[in-house]
Write a protein that binds this ligand. Structure first.
Ligand code: CDP
Ligand code: MG
Length: 704
């Protein structure tokens, strides 16, 4: 494997690269996907002795990439994973004292900066996959620029200056270099082969809402198998359930082939179908990289993860669905929602490029030319410009960055997103009216959870009933625990079991169901068998157990401090869980309006329905007020994981949704305010006074 790495394009530039890293604080490295940046550069730096000064840290936007790349590099360096080479992702730390090359998610490094702003244990920090423009990577870029472009700060707490390397697959290198004080750019010349792209005819601009593209993808992938010469296939779809379905369909079709007559290339004798998505077990992921047996064609059906983060050798054909699952802020419901959207043109080119690494390749796009022209944007919008910033803004504030509007962003988020985040933080009592972090905010930032859930957990802890919330928080942090079989009969059986689990709690409440499943499984003699009997994902529950332990550890550490808040509760004990949930979920309150339709109370007034997976589905008549965990948008807006509450419990909290003055919150800590800004601020103030909703008005409206 070591010798194999000599054939990677990066190898010829080893000495120059090491020198370039040594020579400057910031360095941008670009090169085609697959040239060896991620797996080789950290090893080169280690060999050159740089790790003697501290760990070499490499960030990845995706957790799967961090894990699989660390596995690969550990193999190449002939060491056990977790020793010299390790990885850290949320809730899974596989590093040790000996770790010199550490792969981690960008979120993990952001958390480390909270504890150690100068990153004193690192000699080099490599931000990888920067072209993906993930929210956390963008923030890290700004923070590293802020701290380390100042020589006085860059050596603080260390005897040598930290080196920052930014790696990207060719895009936007001038912009990156300009952002990082005009730092040098190291280009690894790639060798790529031509890829012929063809458009399909089945999917056009009007098919954006339909899921018919899955069948089309399967059809084309199968055509490739039967009519193209030997060579592996990579199929791009958007998520787990869709990928599993496509694999099933492909498998069925592949079964029916007579290889003597149906397949053009007589050297091909079989099809090996492999799914690849983020929450897949890692031992299964490893299979993806292995060459198929002789005479067998490998067909990997993947999410966007295979576009740049992971390179699979031997791919000659691409089947591109043209869609991706993306987290977007949905202004209709005022929340971040995972949506299936058309990819950008640059993304489509990146996908096609995967076929031309070792020889000429072909890319089959299932969509037509009109879809390309009308439905696909030129570039993907950076995450920072399309999602909620709440957790990130709290982190920045805890790092002492008060003026979050003028933070050095590579691309500024929309101001309304910053204001929205400040508003939420204020509503959860994480910052005060002057925009400063509160004691509660300092506690909240310690939890790698969304702020509402953390708020509910801290409320429970202050009432000494954390045992009610910890399992719930853990269960909401892992993938869906309920199995949904494809076959209709099995689906009925699973539904029945899930209903039974829900009714065990005695109170129709999806959060309580999660709690009850957690305990029932944990106390069972045969937990995996118990899961199988009840159509529950054992793997997901195992992760939930581990997450619960980790959250408990964080909480215990905080509770040992003398100023941890303590409150008393003199209500009905059986209401405790729901009362705590209200503290964190009052931003997600809905009230039944007519029939089965609910209306949210956050000012958006969206019309929502209870999702069929909820225990409260079809019980709507008995409900009045509910809180919910999240929202799913299809043709309707559904709320999922729902809990009935009483109006009295949120009565005092709801006005908080309307009273807050976001401009006041955002204008604090601006030392120098220019005249222009002052004028803008004054005109906003005036506009705001006009549209102001008084507290009384809101209360009256609610009580009606
Ligand atoms: O980062 P970059 O895209 O430039 O390349 P890389 O990820 O370092 O990949 C270099 C080589 O290692 C490719 O040929 C990959 O197929 C291979 N690799 C692998 O076989 N298994 C992994 N888990 C990761 C990379
Ligand atoms: Mg890479």
């Amino acid at each position: 494997m070591m010798s194999e790495s000599k054939y990677l394009p990066i190898y010829k530039h080893k000495a120059k690269l090491i020198q370039a890293v040594k020579d400057s604080t910031f360095l941008v490295v670009t090169g085609e996907t697959g040239s060896g940046k991620t797996t080789q550069l950290p090893q080169y730096l280690h060999e050159a002795g740089i790790s003697k000064d501290g760990t070499i840290g490499v960030t990845q936007p995706r957790r799967v990439a961090a894990i699989t790349v660390a596995q690969r590099v550990a193999q190449e360096m002939k060491c056990t994973l977790g020793r010299e080479v390790g990885y850290q992702v949320r809730f899974d730390d596989c590093t040790s004292q000996d770790t010199v090359v550490k792969y981690m998610t960008d979120g993990c490094l952001l958390r480390e900066i909270l504890a150690d702003p100068f990153l004193s244990k690192y000699s080099v920090v490599i931000l990888d996959e920067v072209h993906e423009r993930s929210l956390n990577t963008d923030i890290l870029l700004g923070l590293l620029k802020k701290v380390f472009s100042d020589p006085a700060k860059s050596t603080r707490g260390r005897s040598f200056p930290l080196k920052v390397v930014v790696m990207s697959a060719t895009l936007e290198t001038d912009k990156l270099s300009a952002f990082l004080s005009d730092c040098p750019v190291f280009q690894i010349p790639g060798r790529t082969y031509p890829v012929t792209c063809t458009f399909g005819s089945a999917v056009g601009p009007k098919d954006i809402e339909s899921t018919g593209y899955i069948k089309e993808v399967v059809k084309i992938a199968f055509d490739v198998h039967t009519s193209e010469m030997a060579g592996d296939v990579l199929v791009f779809l958007t998520g787990q359930s869709e990928i599993e379905r496509a694999c099933d369909l492909l498998y069925e079709k592949a079964e029916s082939i007579d290889y003597r007559y149906d397949v053009q290339d007589q050297t091909v004798d079989g099809l090996l179908i492999l799914p690849l998505y983020g929450s897949m077990p890692t031992d299964q992921q490893r299979q993806i990289f292995q060459p198929p047996p002789p005479r067998i064609r490998k067909c990997v059906v993947a999410t966007n993860i295979a576009a740049t983060s992971l390179t699979i050798d031997g791919i000659k054909y691409i089947v591109d669905s043209g869609f991706v699952k993306q987290l977007n802020h949905n202004s209709r419901v005022g929340m971040d929602i995972l949506e299936v959207v058309p990819i950008s043109k640059s993304e489509a080119q990146q996908r096609a490029g995967r076929a031309g690494r070792t020889s000429a390749g072909k890319c089959f796009r299932i969509y037509n030319k009109e879809f390309w022209e009308k439905s696909m944007p030129e570039y993907t919008v950076p995450e920072i410009q399309r999602t909620s910033l709440t957790a990130v803004i709290l982190t920045l504030k805890c790092l002492g960055v008060h003026d979050v509007i003028r933070f050095p962003y590579l691309d500024c988020p929309e101001e309304r997103f910053i204001l929205e985040a400040l508003k939420q933080l204020y509503q959860f009592d994480a910052i005060d009216r002057t925009g400063r972090v509160t004691h509660l905010g300092e506690l909240m930032v310690e939890f790698p959870l969304q702020p509402g859930l953390t708020r509910a957990l801290l409320k429970a802890a202050s009432l000494d009933c954390q045992d009610l919330l910890l399992p719930v928080a853990a269960m909401l942090s892992v993938e869906n625990i309920f199995i949904r079989p494809g076959h209709p009969d099995k689906q009925k059986e699973a539904d029945k079991k899930h209903r039974a689990l829900a009714s065990r709690t005695g109170s129709m409440n999806d959060f309580a169901t999660l709690l009850s499943v957690f305990h029932a499984c944990k106390s069972s003699d045969r937990p995996s068998g118990w899961c199988k009997d009840n159509w529950i994902h054992w793997r997901a529950l195992k992760s939930a157990f581990s997450v619960e332990t980790q959250l408990r550890e964080i909480l215990l550490r905080l509770q040992q401090k003398s100023d941890f808040p303590v409150e008393t509760f003199d209500g009905n004990k059986s209401e405790l869980l729901r009362r705590c949930l209200c503290t964190g979920y009052f931003t997600n309150v809905a009230r039944r309006s007519v029939g089965k339709v609910f209306c949210t109370m956050d000012g958006h007034g969206s019309m929502v329905h209870i999702h069929p997976s909820s225990a409260l589905f079809d019980q709507e008549d008995e409900l009045n007020w509910v809180v919910f965990h999240d929202v799913l948008v299809t043709s309707r807006v559904y709320i999922r994981t729902v809990c009935p509450i009483r109006y009295e419990w949120v009565k005092d909290l709801l006005p908080k949704l309307h009273e807050v003055d976001v401009y006041e919150l955002s204008n604090v800590a601006r030392e120098e305010v220019t005249d222009d800004e002052m004028k803008q601020w004054e005109s906003r103030e005036a506009a705001k006074r006009q549209s102001e909703v008084s507290k009384e008005d809101v209360m009256k409206k609610l009580e009606r």
